[in-house]
Design a protein around this ligand. Structure first.
Ligand SMILES: [Fe+2]
Length: 411
């Protein structure tokens, strides 16, 4: 596969770009936050976190570290899981009122994505949908840099700490959209696996499937050389397709999640497995943040858009709620059967096996959908145009309907 990148293609992209934050990994590294923030000249920091995390000891660890470094801080914890435009605008107001010169996010994807978007709206306020892609938004680029951002993930899945993306639910439209801008890539990341120790098994499972899908989607996405060349480097989309870097990081993430997911789900004290999943999640973020995902993620938006009366054990969230990783993996085996016949069969067989062993729902029927919902799911998913086009095989509305149909139940 890799040699294709270095053959010239007519009108195809000639360059690929890799963007990564400075990154520290290791047990206890959250205690370095204060010194690292000080080195970045932060003197007054907004700490973004959520209600549950504010009752766990990690927030105290972070605050002690900031105090020791002589840094003032204030906490914003009004962030829901699957954050919406309301959370973002509340966060933006908090930033404006506090006159901060740095942000530290301590949490999962919801917290980090809120922090990223809140900085954008605090500094460059506009109509909310302006920075989102058409047809929903105006596709306006974020105008410039935001505040220095130190991201500290507390789940092993999203990879948001290493991406230039923020996924936000727009309440009036009742669905999630992605804001993409090189300016929202965190400057620095502290991956401290201690912060993932208290995660319940099924949160490790659903976030583990998110990371697993990031890695496979990234590894199997279209080569960047098959996207049209964009002369202006600033206008090149972040979803640029697979490249030698994303292959490398995705393959390593995949090896780790295959080896350690079951162990990490069943035994919270299995440090080797859980630490490895933390590293794999960030690696997969470093990969897909520089390539893009494809059909399993594109199809997950239909699931979270249309879900009804459902919750998942381990998540303190009101119904309806399907965790992101589950909304992705329920479609994944069917997608890989579609995108590549023989290899796809083997990949989906292994995913189904892992889903069963870790107590995942049985396809779309396991998260409350029936065959009557397929046309609406298809209509919702078809809007994710660039992600759909990043798949290794083209698909039209009928193909997407068929993929959903084969995802209704697997066993
Ligand atoms: Fe994801």
């Amino acid at each position: 596969m890799a040699c294709q990148y270095f053959e010239s293609t007519e009108n195809g992209a000639k360059n690929f770009t890799i963007a990564l934050p400075k990154l520290t990994f290791g047990r206890g590294c959250l205690e370095e936050a204060g010194k690292r923030a000080k080195a970045r000249k932060m003197t007054k920091v907004a700490v973004f976190t959520d209600r549950i995390l504010s009752q766990l000891p990690y927030l105290q660890t972070l605050q002690n570290s900031l105090n020791e470094a002589g840094i003032d801080s204030a906490v914003f914890s009004e962030i829901q899981i699957e954050p919406s435009d309301r959370d973002v605008l509340a966060g933006a107001n908090f930033l404006k009122e506090g006159k901060f010169n740095g942000v530290i996010s301590l949490g999962g994807g919801s917290v980090m994505d809120t922090a990223k978007a809140a900085m954008v709206y605090a500094l460059y306020p506009t109509e909310f949908t302006d920075y989102f892609a058409p047809p929903i938004g105006a596709g306006r680029p974020v105008p410039g840099p935001v505040l220095p951002h130190l991201a500290c993930p507390t789940t092993s899945g999203t990879g948001s700490e290493c991406t230039s993306l923020s996924v936000i639910r727009i309440n009036d439209l009742n669905t999630k959209f992605v804001m993409a801008s090189p300016f929202i890539l965190p400057d620095e990341v502290l991956i401290d696996p201690v912060c993932c120790e208290s995660l319940p098994g099924n949160v490790v499972a659903s976030s583990g499937f998110d990371l697993l899908c990031h890695a496979i989607e990234c590894y199997t996405s279209r080569a960047y050389t098959t996207w049209p060349h964009q002369e202006d480097p600033i206008k090149r989309p972040l979803i640029q397709g697979a490249n030698p870097w994303s292959d490398l990081a995705a393959a390593e993430a995949l090896k780790r999640v295959g080896k350690h997911l079951e162990r990490g789900v069943s035994d919270p004290k299995d440090h080797e497995a859980r630490d490895s999943l933390c590293w794999a999640a960030s690696l997969a973020g470093m990969a897909f943040g520089n390539s893009g995902t494809h059909l399993p993620h594109a199809l997950s938006y239909g699931v979270t858009h249309l879900m009804q009366d459902i919750t998942t054990e381990g998540y303190e969230v009101a119904s309806p709620f399907v965790p992101h990783g589950i909304s992705v993996v329920v479609n994944a085996p069917s997608v890989f059967q579609y995108t590549s016949e023989e290899a796809g069969e083997a990949v989906s067989g292994r995913i189904i096996d892992l889903m069963r062993k870790t107590g995942m729902p049985n396809g779309l029927s396991g998260v409350g959908f029936s065959p009557e919902d397929l046309p609406d799911l298809t209509k919702s998913a078809i809007r994710q145009k660039r992600a759909i086009a990043n798949a290794p095989r083209e698909s039209n509305e009928t193909d997407i309907f068929n993929i959903y149909q084969n995802a209704v139940s697997y066993w």
